[in-house]
Design a protein. Structure first.
Length: 301
């Protein structure tokens, strides 16, 4: 029998499946001090985005020689010091396929939202405003969508965008050849030709502020910008300046440099459609994540 700490919002159905294998389940949210104690005692952890796996946590776990692996119930690994985990040979698994469709649908929905000013009209109609001409929109059909990064989520977005008659181009530093029938381009070409730009690359030091003032300056005037990627990839202040100047016509954001968001320039900007890091939160995604978690636990305990 193994001990499994689950801090994520895993569906009870899958918690019971792990328990049925004879494992002891500890299903609770923990603070930093509690986590430092539990990593000495458990064989496996299943965590969400709000559990921070720092160098200190990893050091305590490695010294105790008890924790075998961590499963991140989701795709984004920003809350885990992955470089340090690798250096200490601590196995970490994630469940990216579970969230792919959920994020892809959200991005397409947000592209339409900011193109048609739905986020603004939804607020202002409740204030008694009825100004149809003010919210003259644009269609996404026949426009160019540029995807920064071309992993699972970008490919799912590309397929959906293609069905809406969009031209799709992408930049991925790991792939220079055509994939799945979509056109690879340089970053400069993507920035200059795209009517919509959506970012989907890993976080961490390597990609910190990879979208910055210089990249915004190269974009088309009036571009629509979507970030459902990872915290820190986009320089939020540079984006806000680009919106103020008109370089970016509107933006849709789900991830931020600081979460929860306190930046009033973001919160009070009517040209930004905001969501609180919920791109992957659907009932269906949660079930797929649960299936993957059970698979990893079953195979490794």
């Amino acid at each position: 029998m193994a001990r499994v700490l689950i801090t994520s919002d895993l569906d009870q159905k899958y918690i019971h499946q792990i328990e049925a294998q004879g494992h002891e389940i500890i299903n609770k949210k923990v603070d930093e001090n509690e986590l430092l104690e539990y990593v000495k005692e458990v064989d496996c952890m299943v965590i969400g985005y709000d559990t921070q796996i720092t160098k200190e946590v990893i050091d305590v776990a490695v010294a105790a020689k008890k924790l075998k692996f961590i499963v991140r119930a989701g795709a984004i690994l920003d809350n885990i010091d992955m470089e340090y985990a690798k250096s200490k040979r601590l196995r970490v698994y994630s469940t990216p396929s579970g969230t792919t469709n959920a994020v892809a649908e959200m991005v397409i929905g947000q592209m339409i939202t900011i193109s048609r000013n739905i986020h603004m009209t939804n607020i202002n109609m409740r204030k008694g405003e009825w100004d149809r001409e003010k919210y003259f929109g644009t269609e996404i059909s026949r426009k160019t969508l540029g995807l920064v990064g071309f992993g699972r989520i970008s490919r799912a977005i590309a397929e959906k965008a293609k069905s809406l008659s969009m031209r799709v181009i992408y930049y991925d530093k790991y792939s220079k050849t055509e994939l799945y029938g979509f056109e690879p381009v340089t970053m400069d070409k993507l920035l200059k030709e795209s009517d919509y730009i959506s970012v989907h690359i890993p976080g961490g030091k390597e990609n910190y502020h990879v979208i910055n003032k210089e990249t915004f300056d190269l974009m088309k005037d009036g571009v629509y910008f979507i970030n459902y990627s990872n915290c820190g990839v986009v320089d939020d202040e540079a984006l806000l300046d680009a919106i103020d100047s008109g370089k970016v016509r509107a933006a849709a954001l789900d991830v931020f440099e600081e979460e929860p968001v306190k930046n009033e320039r973001i919160l009070n900007n009517p040209k930004i459609s905001l969501t609180p890091h919920i791109g992957s939160l659907t009932a269906e995604a949660n079930l797929r994540i649960g299936q993957d978690v059970v698979k990893y636990v079953t195979e490794n305990l």
